[in-house]
Design a binder for this molecule. Structure first.
Ligand code: NAD
Ligand code: MG
Length: 389
């Protein structure tokens, strides 16, 4: 494999920092040309001095000033703002863009990168949820690779290698069930932010950790799977697997099932997205069957965890519904983290937002951005009415 130049969007986050560990382990194969992030200037400065990118982008003003001062004279350009993020992904010295920022903010830079022929290692699932049809059209038109980083989708992707001529009958996305697995609606009414932020198996950014607790993460992943693997909703099943060892499964038309297994560690799917189709030797901890005598599976509870049902409904309805669902979810997660609404009220606001925003079937980039903004506005306006806090 020739050496690949990587741009990481969101380098200071959970996925971003793990991606840099992967890059560091294979200096002959990867180099970093672009790093971007929100506001953690100290970490970005440290990363920039270590990985020597050509350019870094900081999206928050104060952090930008700090990074600019600290990196002066280092031969590293420092830029400010979301628009700069769209520009830097298009540079000639970028081969692959790892999208590890949070939320629909990932859409515009991803579109810009694909249009310039860059391969995408996609962690930012919200981009596909919001605009899967558009992204797939662009990926086809520009002949780029869209490589999943999300562990479940990486698992499916790995199971499909060598199966190009064989249609998928269905897939099973595994879900850990999060910290509130097994709870009733009555119990969920009183769970706190601190409890929701404690995921049993994974250490991740705040937004996806709340999404995992509310099962919206799995809902977003169902929609993500539709676009990555060209499936209809009936072909996508969710199965709760609390140990997070079986990362997902594919069932083919002869009934045979393939699964991908391993310890829960995002570095493996990140590495595979960067080395595909090769597998590079590494020293990640190996799975030991004796540590896991029981791998268990159960049905998800769609009555207690309504978000998963709402996501399936939005997928079936199509058009702008997944975009509206995602935007409303981003607003309620933020409100839950600010302790403005309760855990169950998150689903209420999302459901009402889906009722209030006009449905549209065909969308272009501008329409997605419009409905994203409009849905955020509607969701925010609903919070004071729905919240009993
Ligand atoms: P995180 O909050 O830990 O990190 C996010 C990074 O993006 C930070 O560097 C932050 O500064 C930057 N960022 C956030 N919003 C930004 C914006 N609007 N503009 C510019 N920069 C911004 O998040 P994470 O857990 O690493 O998740 C990143 C993405 O990967 C999400 O879409 C998430 O759903 C997905 N993902 C994460 C995991 C995981 O294990 N963390 C697993 C699967 C998928
Ligand atoms: Mg996942």
């Amino acid at each position: 494999m020739s050496k690949r130049n990587i741009a990481i969007l969101g380098s200071t986050g959970s996925i971003g920092t793990q991606a840099l560990e992967v890059v560091e382990a294979f200096p002959d194969h990867f180099s970093i040309t672009v790093l971007t992030m929100g506001r953690n200037a100290d970490l970005l400065i440290e990363q920039a001095l270590k990985f020597r990118p050509k350019v870094v982008v900081v999206c928050e003003e104060l952090a930008y000033q700090k990074a600019k001062d600290a990196l002066a004279g280092q031969g590293i350009e420092v830029l400010l703002g979301a628009e700069a993020m769209e520009e830097v992904v298009q540079r000639d010295d970028v081969d692959v863009v790892l999208t590890a920022i949070v939320g629909s903010a990932g859409l515009k830079p991803t579109v810009a990168a694909i249009k310039k022929g860059k391969d995408i290692a996609l962690a930012n699932k919200e981009t596909l949820v919001v605009a899967g049809a558009l992204i797939n059209d662009l990926v086809k038109a520009h002949g780029v690779k869209l490589l999943p980083v999300d562990s479940e989708h990486s698992a499916i992707f790995q199971c499909l290698v060598g199966e190009e001529q064989n249609p998928i009958e269905k897939i099973y996305l595994t879900a850990s069930g999060g910290p509130f697995r097994g709870m009733s609606r009555e119990e969920l009414a009183f769970v706190t932010k601190a409890q929701a932020l404690k995921h049993p198996n994974w250490s991740m950014g705040a937004k996806i950790t709340i999404d995992s607790a509310s099962m919206m993460n799995k809902g977003l992943e169902v929609i993500e799977a539709k676009w990555l693997f060209d499936l209809n909703p009936e072909q996508i099943d969710v199965i709760v697997h609390p140990q997070s060892i079986v990362h997902s499964l594919v069932q083919f038309q002869d009934g045979s099932m393939k699964a991908q297994l391993g310890l829960p560690d995002m570095k493996l799917p990140i590495q595979y997205a960067l080395t595909y189709p090769a597998r590079f030797e590494n020293d990640f901890k190996r799975f030991n069957f004796m540590d896991y005598p029981n791998l268990t599976f159960e049905k998800p509870d769609l009555t207690a965890f309504r978000n998963l049902q709402l996501a399936y409904d939005a997928l079936r309805k199509g058009g702008n519904s997944p975009c509206v669902l995602n935007a409303a979810n981003e607003v309620v997660v933020e409100a839950f983290l600010q302790e403005e609404i309760s855990f169950l009220e998150m689903s209420d606001v999302i459901e009402e937002t889906l009722c209030h925003v006009n449905w549209q079937e065909e969308l272009e980039l501008g329409d997605y951005l419009h409905f994203d903004a409009e849905s955020r506005r509607v969701a925010r306006s609903l919070i004071p009415r729905i919240s009993k806090k």
